[in-house]
Design a protein around this ligand. Structure first.
Ligand SMILES: *Cc1c(COP(=O)(O)O)cnc(C)c1O
Length: 369
């Protein structure tokens, strides 16, 4: 029996192989007589799980040696405070606002930075376009510039990260990559810090990944909690306080799964990117060709992970969702702030799942158009 296809935006589907493996190891991890949740984070068993997970993430995302990988808690929303606590130097920070998540981040940063400057915003377009980097109004000497590289709610993705140097800025780029981490390679030459919660594309909620260039450590504000000071976390291999051990273990299983993925000649994250492009194209092409469904986002910045769409006749929304559920297509209801539908098609969603959704959408259209 196949499990249903789960289109949740997060917490979201996890590869079945990962869940099976975790289930098999639940009571006794590798003959240790303990489940992972029951282990000391300082014991050799958990240390080996942690070191493997970190090494695999570094390999998968090709993280250069001058970057530290931190496994923290608090999620993306806590990072909205932790980033300015660590990097703002209580000076000016720049934001490019492209949807709900960057709006939320900007609001929180204002508690810690002397000034939060909006370098560009897509708000006038109802967050359906990305402001062209050539027109961004960067402030001189900003401590950093924040973007959300994939807006989970509005379905907008930077397909290329901005090159701030070429825009005349020395500010480090901070990216919130919560909802597309490991869906494609990262251009680390353009990034100072990347953060993301695990529960969209990596594993269970409770683990937050922070990947930060070493020269940005050690400038936290005096009020920064020690457990959230990147320097302290890095110096203690993410074990200044007890790390989210279960989340790290599950993420590690997903990293192993990612390393096994193949698409033609491609492996790992490059294979996922090719698959994600094919999945997104299948769904967007169908929506664009149909007079029954609509996606409002400009074609050049449509998210490959989160596809919000609308039925032109919104009175049919409930029937659409009920029929989807009957066919094993789960959690397609859109975010309340946007309405309509949203299909999140993270790494764990196979092409067959997107095909099943498109087949259902076609059938529903035929019955109701
Ligand atoms: C889900 C999400 C968050 C919030 O994560 P929490 O774990 O709830 O704090 C932040 N940013 C983005 C882009 C997200 O998708």
């Amino acid at each position: 029996m196949n499990r249903p296809y789960n289109f949740s935006a997060g917490p979201a589907a996890i590869p079945e192989e990962v869940l099976q493996r975790a289930a098999a190891e639940m009571l006794d991890w590798h003959g240790s007589g303990m489940g992972v949740m029951e282990m000391s984070h300082r014991g050799k068993e958990f240390i080996s799980i942690y070191e493997q997970a970190e090494a695999d993430l570094r390999e998968l995302l090709a993280v250069p040696s001058e970057f530290k990988i931190l496994f923290m808690q608090g999620g993306g929303i806590a990072e909205n405070a932790i980033v300015p606590l660590n990097l703002s130097r209580a000076a000016t920070v720049d934001f490019v606002v492209t949807g709900s998540w960057s709006l939320t981040s900007r609001k929180e940063a204002a508690k810690y930075a002397a000034e939060v400057h909006t370098a560009a915003s897509g708000e006038a377009s109802g967050f359906t376009t990305l402001p062209d980097p050539a027109g961004w109004q960067l402030s001189r000497g900003a401590s950093y510039l924040h973007i959300c590289s994939n807006e989970t709610i509005h379905g907008i993705e930077f397909h290329e990260l901005p090159d701030l140097k070429s825009l005349g800025s020395e500010a480090p780029l901070v990216i919130d990559f919560s909802s597309h981490v490991a869906s494609r390679p990262v251009d680390w030459g353009r990034v100072g810090l990347a953060f993301g919660g695990a529960q969209k594309n990596i594993g269970p909620a409770g683990l937050t990944m922070v990947i930060v260039r070493e020269d940005l450590l050690g400038q936290a504000l005096p009020a920064c909690p020690s457990a959230f000071d990147y320097r302290v976390v890095a110096d203690n291999q993410s074990m200044y306080n007890t790390p989210p051990t279960w989340g790290i273990y599950m993420a590690g299983l997903t990293f192993q799964w990612l390393k096994r993925q193949r698409e033609g000649e491609l492996t790992g994250v490059a294979a996922m990117e090719a698959r994600n492009i094919a999945k997104a194209r299948l769904l967007y092409d169908f929506i664009d060709a149909s007079p029954f469904y609509l996606n409002k986002v400009a074609a050049n910045c449509r998210s490959r992970m989160n596809v919000p769409f609308f039925l032109h006749d919104e009175s049919r929304n409930d029937a659409f969702l009920a029929g989807a559920k009957e066919r094993g297509l789960l959690q397609l209801k859109g975010h309340k702030s946007v309405g309509g539908m949203r299909a999140s098609i993270y790494n764990a969603m196979p092409l067959a799942g997107v095909q099943a959704l498109v087949d259902y959408m076609r059938e529903f259209e035929r019955q109701h158009a």
